[in-house]
Design a binder for this molecule. Structure first.
Ligand SMILES: [Zn+2]
Length: 219
């Protein structure tokens, strides 16, 4: 038996786009490792699905935003760029056209960049959250290696990029916590984990316990 996985995308106009995202050729005999999806096949499927989905969504957004809401005309194309989106299922490059204001020039006077509107941080919120969470538990390089074992992350980003991303998510969560503190009662946190990365903290006396590099505060 041979099999293949097809992705069907149906636009608002009813036009259907079909893409093959994975499959396997027929075999005469099965072996235990050939039953179901292999890890590599699963990662490949997710990556291929993500490429088609993200590119189609970006095109959809650009098509929708190009139309002037006031007069219905198409906004003139200013230039054609590309934008890269980092996600848990790979890095996808999309076309990112920019549009100048409509000639009726009432609803919007600025240049529109629809792809930037939906990809402001150039990475998905899920990627940002997951990497930040893992980065708080493990050294950054190990966190990424572990994620890449199961997810088609693609080409590794610089460790500094991951570190900056973790710090940015932390700052954002802190801002949200401060902003929300005045409006609703504080919810007790189950636990706070704090890791000290890349070194050992030697215990004061040998008999008092083992040497540790991980400190957990429960509150
Ligand atoms: Zn217009």
């Amino acid at each position: 038996m041979k099999w293949r996985v097809m992705l069907e995308l149906v636009g608002a106009d009813g036009i259907v786009g079909v893409h093959e995202v994975g499959g396997r050729a027929a075999v005469a005999e099965y072996a235990p490792q050939m039953i179901g999806l292999t890890l590599e096949e699963g990662k490949h499927l997710l990556a291929a699905l993500q490429v088609h989905l993200v590119q189609a969504q970006a095109e959809d957004q650009c098509r929708h935003r190009r139309r002037c809401q006031r007069c219905g005309a198409q906004r003139p194309l200013k230039d054609q760029r590309s934008r890269r989106l980092v996600s848990l299922f790979g890095t996808v490059e999309v076309c990112a056209p920019r549009f100048t204001p409509c000639r009726c020039a009432v609803t919007c006077r600025r240049t529109l960049n629809p792809a930037a509107e939906i990809m402001p941080d150039r990475c998905t919120p899920a990627y940002e959250r997951t990497v930040a969470k893992m980065g708080s538990l493990l050294p950054y390089r190990r966190a990424r290696t572990l994620l890449a074992e199961f997810l088609p992350l693609g080409k590794p980003q610089a460790v500094e990029t991951t570190r900056q991303r973790t710090l940015r998510v932390g700052a954002r969560l802190e801002q949200e916590a401060v902003a929300g503190a005045g409006s609703k009662p504080a919810v007790a946190t189950k636990s706070i984990a704090l890791s000290i990365d890349g070194g050992h903290v030697r215990a004061a006396r040998q008999y008092q316990g083992r040497r540790g590099s991980f400190l957990t505060i429960l509150g």
